[in-house]
Write a protein that binds this ligand. Structure first.
Ligand SMILES: [Zn+2]
Ligand SMILES: [Zn+2]
Length: 79
């Protein structure tokens, strides 16, 4: 049975690609040639992929992450 990992990730303007680029304290990308900048945060689930809405505030994404985790916990695991 696969263990599901769910975490909050930053996403780019398109909301569909994860941003793992370094950013300055202002939130601006350190290297604009590689990074278009961040739009907000989404949930990245090893079972569902990027899922849910894009949240502008990290704490909102954190609570959505917990909700998503509990949704998985409610479904009986199949082997
Ligand atoms: Zn980026
Ligand atoms: Zn999921």
């Amino acid at each position: 049975m696969a263990r599901i990992s769910i975490k909050v990730v930053a996403v780019h303007e398109d909301s569909d690609s994860i941003c793992e680029h370094p950013t300055a304290p202002t939130g601006e990308p350190r290297d604009p040639s590689q990074c278009t900048g961040r739009r907000g945060y989404r949930i990245n689930c090893t079972h569902c992929g990027l899922t849910g809405d894009t949240h502008g505030i990290r704490s909102n994404a954190d609570s959505a992450c917990q909700t998503h985790r509990s949704e998985h916990a409610a479904v009986p695991a199949t082997t």
